[in-house]
Every structure is written in structure tokens, then in C-alpha cells.
Design a protein. Structure first.
Length: 599
RNA sequence: GGCCCCGUGGUGUAGUGGCCUAACACAUCGCCCUGUCACGGCGAAGAUCACGGGUUCGAAUCCCGUCGGGGUCGCCA
């Protein structure tokens, strides 16, 4: 071995012992006749002292050393002289007096600083990934990720789950995201697809009698990226037989709670996790993944305003729309510019008429003390002071607050207010950074109507069980059928979703036919699953929390790229490898492929 | 596919029509320095202002296009 101990494990208890260390030069401080080196390894830092009186050869070498060079140090652990201890550093009480220094490898000057946390362009973070990953923040994010995955494996193993790998080369099925495809050499013109998730495979494992399965599974979806979406990502995929929704939610809650408490006790949870139906979440928060770190609920005020003479309001009521609003606490001081900005946000969310604002004075006070002249609103000509007070009271607003109202159809109104709610919260720092506000969303509709393609699509996936009591609606009113699907959400992220699955062939075929497949297509594309279901499939269900997102919220990051070792750019490319790239014509030939429109 | 933002020495930024022969900090290179830890001091080098075109007497700065990066809507069973 090049070393017999880690930098960060050294302390005063090692005094006078000889150690052999190896690592990277984090920083060098040359004082002429004395050189300090901060040596870094995967554990942390320790200060090396190179004194020409103790080792002239080492001193000579140390003069040439630069940041990121790889060196080996033989030395003696010494207590630092009084007054030179560094309380900022875990090993700050001691230092290593060098007896021999070896240069194991030189290094080019890094393209950006490794030894601080300064901002760098995202492209450079990817182009020079190995160097970026040396940074303390990234190293600790990767460690955190490891701890999380290990916790999950231990937790589920203790509950007698079996970790089973499933293939990456599977069959493309319609529905869902665009597949990443892999051409077959043996069957030219035929393709494998990489799994969007191991969904069907884990269901087949349930049929196979594995009653508790999990996998840390890589998933692939060829869709456009977001800050919280990568084309390949990792899920904790899990599935159980003989369970109901309640069993999965309880297991998930226990897992997440113990995970967070064990990995980072400084993070707070709301327990038990609140639960909302999809409809409730939409009505109260305007989104199916609400950020529950702050209040600000959407309040329906249609009734209060129903006799108000104002174009947008009368028109909305005539069209069976709604008027809903939120209270932006202490935002009565908003400037014209800030209010205009809210307009823009509302309009881009499709609330055609924009947002109506009512300023309840600029100073905080009890609602009763509010005077008519405090009110500032484009609506003030149309709303009496009494109506405004009634509105404010209904919405639980105080003096100094800002009321935002939107009038449109229910969907657009909720949507726009949901976005405004987030905006107000982040602009005013209302979210507690240490709170992980987990919640479950349940009772999703089974199907959504796709207006473009004039067909029903699964809102979760085609294998999701409808609510038993809604089965008869499948023919008469498919849009009203609720499903046994649920999401785990946290701080405006969807951390995972799952469902109880259909375990009977007949019902599965029915759903597929509602989705628009004829009998031949059903057999061709889903035959393997249907055959399994009729061979003795137990009732089963599961959930698949996203590992990357869990790490992201626990690391306090707001981008997935900071918790994945080798992520892709927003255009799904990898600047480190330069992939995707063209391939050798011989490879194409073997696969029976020709490229159309080659540049 | 739509919309928005960004691109200035190696890095991060300043400069938003003439003060630019492009400023500052860090990094780099050289010299000095025995107690620093974001060491310090002195000095040096380093930028066709992403690329291409245009407007203008004059463009880092304004306009168009291309490329690259980011955010977002659509999309993500």
C-alpha cells in the first residue's frame, strides 16, 4: 500500500507515531524556509510541514509541487505549536513533520479551483468531471448518496425483501415516454428498448412468487430534461404481493422517516406524512406536488364576489368558472413592478385575464383597523370596502397583506395560483430549509383525455388498478374512474409514485382496449404480461421513489447534476466522453442500419 | 418544437455606443519570505470580448443568424 492511514483520521492521539500518507496537494503555502502542504484524500485534509532542516531532499521536491499533484508523505505526527492550531480543520491540532516526500504524479493546472466552492459554468463541471468531483461538496454528495442507498438496502433486507436484477435489454412497449433503443445484430431491423422502469418485470416477479422485491434500478426515458430530470436516472423500485395501498404507503413512510432520521437528523419531517387526494391537492395548492413547507392555501371566493359588477368576474361566473385567491403575507408593500411581474407569471400560466391584486395597506395591522384609504386595487371601484373586508376575512388576510385573485375555469385558476403561490413563497423566503415536507397524494384519476390524439391515456401507467367501486364507470364515464395510484411528494418535487396493479387478465385487457388497442395489438405488445397474469398472479402493488431526487433534497441541492457522478447536459449529451457520437460504418453494417440525411 | 436568460484572459466577474490601448480578484510564471492555513510582499505573462454577418464615422456594448450552456412550457405510461 502507498499509505497506512487516512488524513482525516489523525488526531492528537497519534502524536509521535510514524505515518505513511498519500493523496492530492490541496494547497501549498511556501514561506521560504518552511513549506506547508494541505494534503487531501477521500477522508479530508491534514497539514504537512516540510522543513529543510529535517529533510533537505523533501524540501527541494516540495518547492516544485503544485496543486493537485499526487504525493506520498512519510512523517511523524506532531502537536502543532501553541497558537498555530486551526479550529476550522478537524485535524487542526496536529500536523505531519515530513521525513520523506515522494511525487507520485504531477498534475496539469486545474481548469477551475478545486479547493474552494466558487461558481463554475455547468459545462465545465461536466467537461472536467473528474476534477469537479474532487471538490469537497461533490465528494460529500456522493458519500451521502452511498449512505442513502446502503440504508435502503439494509432496511428492506431486514424486512425480507429480495434484491433482484432485471435486464436492461427489454422490449419496447407503447405508452409512456420515448424509449432509448438498442439495435439487435442477430435480428437486423429489430430493437431492444432500455427500460423506462422495470414495471412489467417486477410484476412478473410477483407472479413468480417473489413476494417482496426491490432493486436500485437504472431507468431510461428519452424525453427533454429539467433541473430534476435526467434521461437516465435511478429508482428504488419495489413491489409486494398481497398488499393494499395502505401497506405500501405505511412501508414508504417508515422507510423515508427512518432514512432521514438516520442519515441527517438535522432535517425535520412532518409525521405522520399528510395525505391529500389529487383533487384536494389541486384545489388547495394548485398542483399535485405541493410544497407544504408554508401555508398559503387557495381559497374559493366565488360566492362572495358573485354580485360584483366587473367584466372578468361576471363573465367567469356566467361561464361556470371560479374566482379563487391566495394571500401573500406582508406583500402590501409590493411595487408596481413587482405586481406587474405577478401578472406576467399568471398570464404565462394561461389564466387569460391575469391576476387581480388587492393591497390591504402597506403596514401590518389587524384587519379591523384597516381603513378604506389603505386599499389599493384596480378593483376598488367595483368592490365596496365591506366586500373587501369580507373577502379578506374569509381568506384570513391581515393589514399589510396582498390578495391575489384569479377568475377563470377551475383548472386554469388552480394552475396559475399554484405557480403564484410558489413564487410568493420563494420571493419571501417562506420555506424552512431544514424541513422535508413529505406527503402522499392519492386518488388520482385512472385516465386522462388526450385532446390531440383523441384518446384516453393512463395518468399513471396502463397496469394501474382502477378503484374497485369505480369499475362499472369504465364503460359509461372513463374519466370519472379513480385509480389505486399514489405519489410521494416533498417540497414541490415528486419523489416517487406507485400503485396497486391489475392482477387479472380480463381487467388488464379491458383497460388496454379503452386505451385504444385492438386484440391483436394487445397480444403482440402485452402478451407476455397477460399470460403471466392468467397463470396465477397474486394481488400486488408497489412504489418507485427516485433515488436521485431523494439525494437531491437531502443534500439541499436544486439540481440533479450535483448528486449524479456523471450526468448529462440539458441536451442529453456528455461533454466528458463527447457522447453521443457517430459510429464506425462497419458497426452500422453489422446492425443492418443506414443513416438517413447524414450531414 | 415554443418562450426566457447567459457566453469578456485558465476561473469568477466589471464594463451595456466614443472614457477600452478592455478593469478587478483568484489561478499561472519568476523573485523574496521559518508558523501559515483563503499565508504575505514585489514583479511578469496571459483576452482575435463564443462564432458569422449586419447597423454605425465608431460595436465587447445595438440587430440578425449559428453554436454552446442554463431555466421553463410542451413532453416525462
Amino acid at each position: 500500500m502507498f499509505k497506512n492511514i487516512k488524513c482525516n483520521s489523525l488526531s492528537a492521539s497519534n502524536v509521535d507515531s510514524s505515518v505513511l500518507l498519500a493523496g492530492w496537494v490541496h494547497r501549498r503555502r511556501d514561506h521560504g524556509q518552511l513549506i506547508f502542504i494541505d494534503l487531501r484524500d477521500d477522508s479530508g485534509l491534514v497539514q504537512i510541514v516540510v522543513d529543510p532542516d529535517k529533510s533537505p531532499e523533501s524540501y527541494k521536491l516540495a518547492s516544485d509541487i503544485r496543486n493537485e499533484w499526487v504525493i506520498q508523505i512519510s512523517g511523524i505526527v506532531k502537536i502543532r505549536p501553541e497558537g498555530t492550531r486551526n479550529t476550522q480543520l478537524q485535524t487542526g491540532d496536529i500536523e505531519i513533520e515530513t521525513t520523506e516526500l515522494k511525487i507520485l504524479n504531477e498534475a496539469t493546472t486545474p481548469p477551475f479551483p478545486v479547493n474552494d466552492n466558487s461558481e463554475i459554468d455547468d459545462y465545465l463541471k461536466l467537461r472536467f468531471r473528474p476534477i469537479y468531483l474532487r471538490r469537497q461538496k461533490m465528494a460529500s454528495n456522493l458519500k451521502l448518496r452511498h449512505k442513502i442507498v446502503k440504508f435502503i438496502r439494509d432496511f428492506l433486507s431486514a424486512k425480507e425483501f429480495l434484491e433482484i436484477e432485471t435486464p436492461l435489454l427489454i422490449k419496447s412497449t407503447p405508452e409512456g415516454a420515448r424509449d432509448y433503443l438498442v439495435p439487435s445484430r442477430v435480428y437486423p431491423g429489430s430493437f431492444f428498448a432500455l427500460p423506462q422502469s422495470p414495471q412489467q418485470l417486477k410484476q412478473i416477479l410477483m407472479v413468480a412468487g417473489i413476494e417482496k422485491y426491490f432493486q436500485i434500478a437504472r431507468c431510461f426515458r428519452d424525453e427533454d430534461l429539467r433541473a430534476d430530470r435526467q434521461p437516465e436516472f435511478t429508482q428504488l423500485d419495489l413491489e409486494m404481493s398481497f398488499v393494499e395501498q395502505e401497506d405500501i404507503l405505511n412501508l414508504t413512510e417508515e422507510l423515508i422517516t427512518e432514512l432521514v432520521n438516520s442519515i441527517d437528523p438535522s432535517k425535520k419531517l412532518i409525521t405522520p406524512f399528510p395525505r391529500f387526494t389529487y383533487e384536494d391537492a389541486m384545489e388547495k395548492y394548485g398542483t399535485d406536488k405541493p410544497d407544504l413547507r408554508y401555508g398559503i392555501e387557495l381559497i374559493n371566493v366565488t360566492e362572495i364576489l358573485e354580485n360584483v359588477e366587473f367584466d372578468i368576474i361576471t363573465k367567469t361566473i356566467k361561464d361556470n368558472g371560479v374566482i379563487k385567491g391566495i394571500v401573500a403575507p406582508k406583500c402590501g408593500t409590493y411595487t408596481r413592478r413587482q405586481l406587474d411581474n405577478l401578472q406576467d407569471i399568471a398570464r404565462t400560466q394561461g389564466a387569460v385575464a391575469g391576476v387581480m391584486t388587492i393591497v390591504l395597506g402597506s403596514d401590518e395591522c389587524e384587519l379591523e383597523k384597516l381603513k378604506p384609504e389603505d386599499i389599493k386595487s384596480p378593483l376598488s371601484k367595483h368592490l365596496s370596502f365591506e366586500i373587501i373586508k369580507k373577502l379578506a376575512k374569509e381568506m384570513n388576510a391581515k393589514g399589510g397583506d396582498l390578495i391575489l385573485l384569479i377568475a377563470d375555469n377551475n383548472e386554469k385558476t388552480n394552475n396559475a395560483l399554484g405557480i403564484l403561490r410558489q413564487h410568493i413563497a420563494s420571493a419571501n423566503n417562506l420555506a424552512d430549509g431544514n424541513l422535508l415536507a413529505m406527503a402522499f397524494i392519492t386518488d388520482f384519476p385512472l385516465l386522462d383525455w388526450d385532446e390531440t390524439n383523441k384518446r384516453w391515456t393512463s395518468s399513471h401507467h396502463p397496469f394501474t388498478a382502477p378503484k374497485y367501486q369505480d369499475l362499472e364507470l369504465l364503460d359509461s364515464n372513463p374519466g370519472k374512474v379513480m385509480s389505486e395510484a399514489y405519489d410521494l411528494v416533498c417540497n414541490n418535487y415528486e419523489l416517487g409514485s406507485g400503485s396497486i396493479r391489475i392482477h387479472q387478465r380480463k381487467l388488464q385487457e379491458k383497460i388496454l382496449s379503452i386505451l385504444g388497442y385492438n386484440q391483436d395489438e394487445i397480444v403482440d405488445r402485452f402478451g407476455h404480461l397477460l399470460e403471466s397474469l392468467e397463470s396465477g398472479a397474486p394481488p400486488h402493488g408497489g412504489i418507485a421513489p427516485g433515488i436521485d431526487r431523494i439525494v437531491m433534497v437531502l443534500a439541499g441541492e436544486d439540481n440533479l447534476r450535483e448528486v449524479i457522478a456523471f450526468p448529462k447536459t440539458q441536451n442529453s449529451s456528455d461533454p466528458l466522453f463527447g457522447s453521443p457520437s457517430e459510429i464506425d460504418p462497419v458497426q452500422l453494417e453489422e446492425l443492418g442500419l443506414t443513416i438517413k440525411n447524414q450531414k
